[in-house]
Design a protein. Structure first.
Length: 100
């Protein structure tokens, strides 16, 4: 089976096509991708702790991949989304108050 493994940072995006034996788990595919040159050193965490997804849907490490899957390696969030929304809403409320 053929899959694509992707990892992106703010500076660059990496994509690697792999041809794997069936069955293959998501974490096994990550290990194979690392051996093939994928660089996730920017994560600064063990492979066992990384978060994975297939086509934008979060999956567990033991998820059985299918032909054509796009396996995504996720970076940890830099900021809590709820805090970011509150900050943005407060900023917009302040800006609209100044326009009057």
């Amino acid at each position: 089976m053929k899959i694509r493994v992707v990892f992106a940072t703010l500076e660059r995006q990496q994509q690697l096509m792999l041809e794997l034996e069936t069955p293959c788990s998501a974490i096994d595919a990550v290990e194979i991708a690392l051996q093939a040159g994928l660089d996730i050193s920017e994560l600064n965490q063990k492979v066992e702790l990384i978060q994975l997804g297939v086509f934008g849907e979060r999956v567990e490490h033991d998820y059985a991949l299918s032909d054509g899957d796009r396996l995504e390696i996720y970076r940890p969030l830099q900021q809590d989304p709820m805090q970011w929304r509150r900050k943005r809403a407060a900023s917009q409320a302040g800006a609209s108050g100044r326009r009057k």
